[in-house]
Design a protein around this ligand. Structure first.
Ligand SMILES: [Zn+2]
Length: 370
């Protein structure tokens, strides 16, 4: 048995405790929490300088894009960014595997215990299977051609068969999936945890409401014709199952009205923000005041749009741009992400869980200590 203490512990299911103690087995299962060091066996307490919290949950990543680090344009907007991804994906498999392995190791080093990871291919499956990180894989599909919907969907299901669990098959984004493909996914996903890229660029709403803007100019070449007259968020959610838990990723240009609409229409939503990627691609951040902080989680996105895979670095941006206190920030980094991805044993220091233990010093560096 180990007894871990620090200046503060952040159990996250209860309020932070000054000089509290975590009683934890060698294997990392939480036995109990002591509100004071005097309650723990004398001489057995390990005292750390800093704060202790559960290990981080990275709610959105693309491990298989790790080799694209520093290869894509910065701050030029989403349409330009996505148009450059396919050509850059054409790389030797050995280089792709090496970059993914390094990214997985980097996340472990940065105190990340679980990841919601997007796969468009099977490239990352073996690494995820062998990793100490718990991955939920979202097999992501896209196609605007309604005649190809069945073929694309079946290919996705085939990929899902060989994919490490837990997993689910999901749409890439509202603008890249035909209504026919959305309907096939809805049937398959009833009640499952899904994710979708949402309102990452301002032109996403312009596309659906007015059939205009940068994204429209890019997509019309591919025969885009899905104008709905309503926001991108409402367009996608109306084509998804209300029984699913839906992780909306980015939400950089989501409006207060859209957030209200999801509540009025009883959708089960987690809002996943990827602040550093948003700054890298669009040079914008969401208006964080419109989201319920209990339903906010955080992701790094991929190394294609980020210089590192560190939840603490993402939190630093959030801290600078919100009034969130440390307890709220850590909930976003641990508890909420674990709930969003359905990892019931992670995210808080509740008895019986095995959430990992991170030590954070001065909100500057993080180390996994168990
Ligand atoms: Zn993404």
């Amino acid at each position: 048995m180990r007894y871990l203490s620090a200046n503060y512990i952040f159990p996250l299911h209860i309020n932070p405790i000054k000089e509290g103690v975590i009683e934890i087995t060698e294997k990392g299962e939480i036995v109990s929490i002591f509100k004071s060091r005097t309650k723990a066996p004398t001489g057995k307490i390990e005292i750390f300088d800093g704060v202790l919290c559960p290990s981080f949950v990275n709610a959105h990543c693309h491990l298989e894009l790790s080799h694209l680090k520093d290869l894509l344009p910065k701050k030029t907007g989403l349409p330009d960014f996505i148009s450059k991804v396919p050509e850059k994906r054409n790389v030797e498999m050995s280089d792709i595997k090496k970059a993914m392995k390094e990214a997985d190791t980097l996340m472990q080093k940065n105190g990340i215990i679980a990841v919601g990871d997007i796969s468009n291919t099977n490239h990352s499956f073996v690494i995820k299977e062998e990793s100490e990180i718990a991955y939920h894989t979202f097999v992501e599909i896209l196609s605007l051609d309604k005649d190809k919907a069945e073929v694309v969907f079946n290919k996705g299901l085939e990929l899902l068969k060989n994919c490490p669990k837990p997993n689910s098959i999901v749409p890439h984004a509202t603008y890249s999936v035909s209504p026919k493909l959305f309907s096939l996914l809805k049937e398959e996903n009833n009640g499952k945890i899904v994710s979708i890229h949402n309102q990452e660029t301002k032109s996403e709403d312009e596309l659906f409401t007015n059939q205009s803007g940068d994204l429209y100019e890019f997509l019309k070449k591919f025969g885009w014709e899905n104008q709905s007259g309503i926001s991108a968020l409402q367009t996608s959610l109306l084509q998804m199952s209300k029984k699913s838990q839906i992780i909306l990723v980015h939400n950089t240009f989501t409006s207060h009205q859209d957030v209200k609409w999801t509540k009025e229409n009883n959708y089960s939503i987690y809002w996943c923000t990827c602040p550093k990627a948003n700054l890298c691609i669009e040079n914008s951040l969401p208006d964080y005041s419109i989201f319920d902080p209990e339903k906010l989680c955080i992701g790094t996105d991929s190394l294609a749009s980020n210089s590192t895979l560190s939840i603490l670095e993402e939190l630093k941006v959030l801290k600078e741009n919100t009034d969130f206190d440390l307890n709220t920030l850590l909930k976003i980094a641990c508890k909420n992400g674990a709930e969003a991805l359905g990892f019931k044993d992670l995210g808080t220091f509740e008895t019986g869980k095995t959430p990992g233990v991170n030590l954070i010093k001065n909100f500057h560096e993080v180390k996994r200590i168990l």
